[in-house]
Design a binder for this molecule. Structure first.
Ligand SMILES: *Cc1c(COP(=O)(O)O)cnc(C)c1O
Length: 447
């Protein structure tokens, strides 16, 4: 999209302090009406947006490096998504695909078969949320294998529903006090290059994972191994080269379904349709959600036809899954990614970030590592001279940035990784401006 096409200038501009008076007013009302459980990162209430800029209810223009956790990858309020959704809402908003079907659902499934890795026959189901996609992938893998045990990697995030919270690694805040946990779910070691023993290869890390599976679960008991090829909430962890290749071979040898949870990293965000492509691995099943429909609720499970079709009719589904409006928006997203080369744009964003902030570890003693792919970047904060997590610094940076009109996300099992998930249309100028704001706090904290 040419910069002249944005309905809001792509610039940070503050006209009040943040949060502003209107945001504070709304926040008081919110506290009286909305459950505390739905916590917020920054109490700045948004009104509209365009591209990489959000405009709050007080008229401040804010740089969004979060995209509502990686959802509006194509930019805020994209006019083509709005038009596609409005046109569909005019025609038909619901029939329930499993009562009387419609073409959009079929088209999205056809497109998913094309863009997901693997040159074999595929099938998809469409649901409402990432967690629902993961839950369905669990059911499908269990049905196909006749096994019950599910493994997820350390530091994984797979959702907050009753089943997926057990697959999510850390207890706080995602699951503490909300048990009992469903059974037959295991966490197994990951490859985490920044924290693994120096020089550990991906193959060695995979052997550690496999050994854990064999000794704690038993390879023939395991129905599926769930992995995020690039972990999002876990702290933008990218396992070492060779790690997933060895794990996927092990899964194939032992009849285990290998599932790539691409809910955060998929759909162009990392400079590929799916982030598992960077690892040269073809998964059996893939979950998609967040960025798939420009902000409309839609998620999918896509994978090998024989696995997906092992489920009896009626065994999966749900009232709103694959809604006509959400699928219309998804088709517009697929079209935009191709027509505007948003995969190339994500690669541009990666280069812009590394050019601008790649030297942070040498400049700031509290920065342990800068890592990422495409528009999915993590900055791990540590106590100076150590690799010990520095959650206090993370909190300070996020709060300061928000007060200056830059939204950045937290991540990591120890809450110590700064996470950037901007739109792939973000300009170099906005990246530079946001980096300058964050550097002010990093300088202060490093002193
Ligand atoms: C966000 C996320 C989920 C859960 O998706 P929801 O739509 O919030 O239910 C699952 N897996 C990954 C990797 C995610 O990032």
């Amino acid at each position: 999209m040419a910069s002249s096409d944005f309905s809001v200038p792509q610039q940070r501009k503050l006209v009040t302090e943040l949060p502003g008076p209107r945001s504070r007013e709304l926040h008081a009302r919110r506290r009286a009406a909305v459950s505390r459980g739905a916590g917020t990162l920054a109490d700045i209430y948004m009104d509209h947006g365009s591209g990489a800029i959000l405009v709050d209810v007080d008229g401040n223009q804010i740089i969004d490096l979060g995209c509502g956790i990686g959802v509006t990858t194509i930019g805020h309020a994209h006019p083509e998504i709005a038009a596609a959704a409005a046109a569909q809402a005019d025609k038909l908003t619901h029939t329930l695909f499993t009562v009387t079907p419609y073409e959009n659902y079929v088209k999205v499934a056809e497109k998913l078969a094309e863009i997901t890795p693997g040159d074999f026959e595929k099938r998809s189901i469409l649901v409402n949320s990432g967690a629902e996609a993961v839950e369905n992938a669990v059911k499908i893998a269990r049905k196909y294998t006749g096994r019950r045990v599910i493994a997820a990697l350390d530091h994984a995030f797979h959702g907050r529903t009753n089943l997926t919270m057990a697959m999510t690694y850390r207890p706080w805040p995602e699951r503490a006090g909300m048990g009992p946990m469903p059974g037959d779910i295991f966490s197994v070691p990951i490859s985490y290059p920044f924290r693994d023993p120096e020089g550990m290869t991906g193959e060695e890390a995979a052997e550690r994972t496999i050994d854990y599976i064999v000794t704690h679960i038993g390879a023939t008991e395991l129905a599926a191994l769930f992995v995020e090829p690039i972990q999002g909430d876990g702290g933008i962890i990218i396992p070492a080269p060779g790690y997933f290749k060895r794990l996927s071979e092990f899964c194939t040898e032992n009849g285990i379904v290998f599932v790539a949870d691409e809910i955060q990293a998929g759909i162009a965000r990392t400079g590929a349709w799916y982030s598992i492509e960077h690892h040269g691995v073809v998964p059996d099943l893939v979950t998609s959600a967040k960025g798939i429909a420009g902000g409309f609720p839609l998620a999918a499970v896509t994978g090998r036809a024989e696995i997906m079709d092992s489920v009896q009719p009626g065994g999966v589904g749900g009232t709103f899954g694959g809604n006509p409006v959400s699928t219309a928006a998804a088709l517009a997203v697929f079209d935009l990614v191709e027509r505007e080369n948003l995969i190339g744009e994500a690669q541009r964003v990666e280069k812009a970030f590394f050019d601008r902030i790649g030297d942070w570890p040498s400049r700031f003693p509290i920065v342990g590592e800068v890592r990422g792919k495409g528009a999915m970047i993590g900055v791990e904060l540590v106590l100076p001279g150590t690799k010990k997590p520095n959650p206090e610094a993370l909190k300070a940076v996020i709060q300061y940035a928000a007060s200056q009109g830059v939204i950045v996300l937290d991540a990591g099992s120890w809450d110590s990784v700064l996470r950037f998930l901007p739109s792939v249309v973000i300009s170099e100028e906005l990246i530079d401006d946001a980096a300058t704001v964050i550097e002010q706090k990093l300088t202060e904290l490093s002193a």
